[in-house]
Design a protein around this ligand. Structure first.
Ligand code: SAH
Length: 214
């Protein structure tokens, strides 16, 4: 008999009901302790399928969207992944269980520092958290098999697509900063870039530069 707390069983069920069928992803979502990525005040709501506020006016994404984006990335064990928008570090933690290495970039020092120490404490040792601007990825360090953007971009910069390995995939919410965006998947093919619109989503905006904090 499973000893799982009821809220975790409901969590699994709601992800399945919404169409997440990849067993490995479902298991990973169950294993990553979302209650340790949200604020103390929200601990009791960690397994609801909703986005929650974190520091610096940002949000930890809704679990369904985390699972869906992860599924659409079609990760393989040997992949190197770039995430733009570390936030709490939750999406990075989920990704890290399914690939070789995650580089995640965040423009708020407060968020980058707290995600880094949280991930270290929890033993996620294949994630590097970098304070930086996802619109200006440091050159060098090679290209990525997968890129996931977890903040809304008006368009996917060509410079970012250019950092994909052949066969690589980028997933990003594309659209206006205020309002609804479309989750968009771009695949690098031999001929160029294939683009597919997935579902409508709502993310906080991707903004240029390191954030100024008080
Ligand atoms: N993936 C996160 C949620 C991200 S919220 C999680 O699992 O918790 C979006 C994050 O993107 C915010 O923290 C925001 O500060 C960050 N962000 C916005 N624009 C950015 C940019 N240009 N470079 C890096 N991070 C950015």
């Amino acid at each position: 008999m499973s000893q799982e707390p009821p809220e975790k069983m409901m969590f699994q069920l709601s992800l399945r009901r919404r169409g997440i069928s990849d067993q490995t992803i479902l298991r990973t979502m169950e294993e990553v302790p979302r209650e340790l990525f949200v604020t103390d005040a929200d601990r009791g709501h960690a397994y609801r399928d909703s986005a929650l506020g974190i520091a610096c006016g940002q949000t930890i994404s809704q679990p369904f969207v985390v699972a869906y984006m992860t599924e659409q990335l079609q990760l393989q064990k040997q992949h190197r992944v770039l995430e733009i928008g570390t936030g709490s570090g939750y999406q990075a933690a989920v990704l890290s269980r399914l690939c070789r290495h995650v580089l995640t970039i965040e423009r708020y020092r407060t968020l980058a520092d707290s995600a880094r120490s949280r991930l270290e404490k929890l033993g996620y040792d294949n994630i590097e958290v970098l304070l930086g601007d996802g619109f200006d990825i440091p050159a060098g360090g090679g290209d990525f098999d997968r890129i996931i953007v977890t903040a809304a971009m008006e368009q996917i910069p060509e410079k970012l697509q250019a950092r994909l390995e052949p066969g690589g995939i980028v997933i990003a919410p594309v659209g206006p900063h205020q309002g609804v965006q479309t989750l968009t998947r771009v695949t690098r093919t031999e001929a160029g870039f294939d683009r597919k619109s997935l579902v409508d989503v709502r993310f906080v905006p991707a903004l240029p530069g390191i954030a100024r904090e008080l």
